[in-house]
Design a protein around this ligand. Structure first.
Ligand SMILES: Cc1ncc(COP(=O)(O)O)c(C=O)c1O
Length: 387
């Protein structure tokens, strides 16, 4: 027993008493919108492999090929010896994909936000920051590291953002707005055109997390920032969701990327992503432009699921993407429904506080291109039976 254990057991006991104790369960992603857990194949409505790329032969093959060619590890951090020609080539590809001057690869989306945000804030003393109430935990981590107070606007309420910019931002030396283009737990979108206009009128910089839009939305899957070319100052996105791999990017101006290379702790003091990871991303970038059929299919599945949930009298909020919440309300009811669905062969994870606001516990239903219309109908029938 370690000297820490008695403290940790007490802390865990508090988590257990709050009904929030979690455990890890071995699960394998399968093609065709399926997943395997405890020897059972189930329909998967919980993972973020939206385009089915995590099991795509081209990604698996290139990942293996680059590992065989360049090794399993990168040897060091990027600024020491860890930068390979493949890193630089991939960053150039990502910059082109996002129509930005430059891009930088990070080890994960969490790390990109937690590293880029405090670096940015350190460069602009006194900057006033404005955040959507529902931004991801990794952005909060970055802001907390910087110790900067945030002005939070009501979710997707851009009128409220404008009011706050006028009230709290006018006298600041600079303003920065942070939001997501697709919200991870609600599947709704930020109005990028209006956001860009507000940023311009208030002389505010714009930071947009495209974790759930990259690959799925916008022309050729370039994300929703592609709808306002040149208007987003920093675009962040992940390779871990629709791109079927691992890691993340930040894209923007050449100066931004040079600055982050020199100032972002979570970039500087960590080992460079290894060849296998880079190979998978490279293959995904080859495939994305040709995946309009999958994107259209996902959109149609989303419409079908939302219409079905509405028929069942379940609120799906403002979802308009491949992420569809079925809001249940009380935490225990959402948990119990999720468990009954799992027993019936449907993996539909319940999301509860603190991840979502109290009283809005939900099934977060994530669609995959491998799902068929019949899969959606089967899920809806199961929800109707088991709720
Ligand atoms: C909006 C958002 N940003 C960032 C992340 C973190 O990305 P990653 O899973 O690559 O660390 C996530 C994933 O959970 C997310 O939903």
């Amino acid at each position: 027993m370690s000297r820490l254990d008695s403290h940790l057991e007490a802390a865990l006991e508090r988590v257990t008493r709050a009904g929030q104790r979690r455990t890890l369960r071995a699960t394998t992603l399968l093609p065709g919108g399926r997943i395997e857990r405890a020897g059972r194949t189930m329909l998967d409505f919980s993972s973020n492999d939206y385009l089915g790329l995590a099991r795509h032969p081209l990604l698996v093959e290139r990942s293996a090929k680059w590992a065989a060619r360049d090794g399993s590890g990168s040897g060091s951090s990027r600024l020491v010896t860890g930068t390979s020609a493949a890193h630089l080539a991939l960053e150039a590809r990502i910059a082109e994909f996002k129509h930005c001057e430059a891009a930088l690869i990070f080890a994960s989306g969490w790390q990109a936000n937690a590293a880029a945000i405090p670096a940015l804030l350190a460069a602009i003393p006194g900057v006033a920051i404005f955040t959507d109430r529902l931004i991801h935990a990794s952005m909060h981590a970055g802001i907390a590291m910087a110790g900067v107070r945030q002005h939070r606007f009501r979710h997707n309420d851009l009128g409220h953002l404008e009011t706050l910019l006028a009230e709290k931002g006018a006298d600041a030396p600079a303003r920065l707005i942070l939001t997501e283009s697709v919200f991870s737990m609600d599947g709704d979108r930020a109005d990028m055109v209006r956001l860009a206009d507000i940023a311009e009128r208030h002389d505010a910089a714009l930071f947009v997390d495209e974790a759930h839009a990259t690959g799925v939305l916008g022309p050729e899957g370039r994300g929703l920032s592609a709808l306002v070319p040149g208007k987003v100052d920093l675009v962040m996105g992940t390779f871990s969701k629709a791109l079927g791999g691992f890691g993340a990017y930040v894209a923007g101006s050449r100066v931004l990327i040079d600055y982050l290379t020199n100032a972002a702790s979570g970039f500087i003091f960590t080992t460079a992503p290894p060849p296998a990871v880079l190979g998978a991303v490279d293959a995904a970038l080859d495939l994305l432009p040709g995946m309009d059929a999958e994107r259209v299919h996902l959109a149609a599945l989303g419409d079908r699921l939302r219409a079905g949930l509405a028929r069942l009298g379940l609120d799906h909020g403002a979802s308009s993407t491949q992420i569809v919440p079925a809001v249940i309300g009380p935490e225990n009811e959402a948990m119990a429904l999720s468990a009954r669905l799992e027993a019936a062969g449907f993996l539909a994870s319940a999301i509860r506080p603190p991840t979502v606001p109290a009283g809005t516990s939900r099934l977060r239903l994530a669609l995959r291109a491998g799902h068929s219309e019949a899969d959606i109908d089967a899920l809806l029938a199961a929800i109707e039976t088991h709720r």
